[in-house]
Each structure stands twice: as C-alpha cells, then as structure tokens.
Design a protein. Structure first.
Length: 209
C-alpha cells in the first residue's frame, strides 16, 4: 500500500530489476559498505523497504528473503538511533527515513531498550516528549509534573533542540517510586517500565559490589 505514493517510473523499475538480478541487495558487504540497493534508495529518495516490497510485488524477489533482510539492523541505523535516542520513537523513525531506512516505531523502541542494556549507560536520558509516550500521557502532563517539582529535569541544551527538558532515568526511577499513584499504570509502556526499574536495580548492585 505504501508503494503507491512513490513514482515508480519504467527507468526506476528497470534499474531495480537489474540490482535484484545481480544479487546486490544485501544490507552491506563484508567490508561494511552499503549495498547497491541501499545507495539506489538514497539516490531516488524512495525508502529501502518500499523498494523491497515493490521488488517482491514485481516478481524480482521472494517475500521470505525480504523479511530476513528487513529485520537486520545496519551499523549506520544503530548509530543514528543512538544519536537521536532522546527523541520519541516516531521522530527517530522520520529521521531514519531521511537517510533511506524504514523502521516501525515499536521496532525502534525495542532496539533502544536492547542497546541500553548492552551499553549499560549511567546517564541515559529522555526528552519530555519521549517520556510522555512512555507514560502514555500528553507532553503537557510531563511538563506539569516537572513544574510542580514531582519530576526532576534539566532545561534542554543544543543536543536536544526540540525538547523542553532532559530527564535522566535515575530521576524517572525516583519519580515512579515516590509518586506511583500520579500516573495510570495501564497506559504505561510495560517493557520500558520494567527496564527502568530493573536497570536501576542492576546499577545499584554493581555499585555495591
């Protein structure tokens, strides 16, 4: 369905077919260089996943092959989501699209959670918008918590230009423990919530060792 908003000219289809016929469709080669399909996606400004779907519908590729390739994260994608991790998953998704990558917001959220556990960062932080999505409330509610002194936050610097505040995970943990009745647990992102609680305990255990 998403393919119809892009203009697939005969020239584009012909080049897409040649790329698939030549087998240059892997996400990257052994040297870590981008594939011909990825470069083609950036050049014609059509998302990589849209090209893959078009190739499947046109008979150039098998759906099963596409699914396997679509789930693998490239090094560049990981760098991008780490760079923009203070933003909401939807905002990160849009930024990935600008670079020719297409990922669902839920996939981005899950990937960030896995990366956070791998990196075990002491200073993980959130924008007020991203935190509002995690709690299942509007951004105004989060700002209200901050202004009333319930939630500790810092004014955003140049690194997070479009956010009102930066909130560190240690302060989110304190907020959850101190004000459990101020938010609706049914609306909270459960995977994120568990990660906030367990990561704090994990860091506390490491310091006590």
């Amino acid at each position: 369905m998403g393919n119809y908003k892009y203009n697939y000219t005969p020239e584009i289809l012909e080049e897409l077919k040649k790329i698939y016929m030549s087998g240059q469709i892997s996400i990257s080669n052994k040297k870590g260089e981008e594939s011909a399909l990825r470069k083609f996606s950036k050049r014609i400004k059509i998302p990589y996943v849209s090209l893959c779907k078009k190739a499947i519908n046109s008979g150039y590729a098998l759906g099963k092959s596409y699914e396997i390739r679509a789930t693998a994260w490239s090094k560049e994608e990981v760098k991008l989501i780490i760079k923009h991790r203070a933003y909401s998953a939807q905002t990160i998704r849009k930024r990935l699209l600008r670079h020719g990558y297409s990922r669902a917001a839920s996939a981005i959220t899950n990937k960030l959670l896995r990366l956070k556990r791998e990196l075990d960062e002491e200073d993980e932080y959130y924008s007020s918008l991203k935190l509002s999505e995690c709690f299942g409330v509007d951004v105004g509610t989060v700002i209200n918590w901050i202004e009333k002194g319930f939630l500790k936050a810092k004014k955003a610097n140049e690194e997070v230009k479009k956010s009102n505040h930066i909130i560190y995970d240690k302060d989110i943990y304190k907020f959850i423990k101190k004000y459990p009745a101020i938010f609706d647990i049914r609306k909270v992102d459960k995977f994120w919530f568990i990660d906030i609680l367990t990561s704090k305990q994990r860091k506390g255990n490491k310091k006590g060792e």
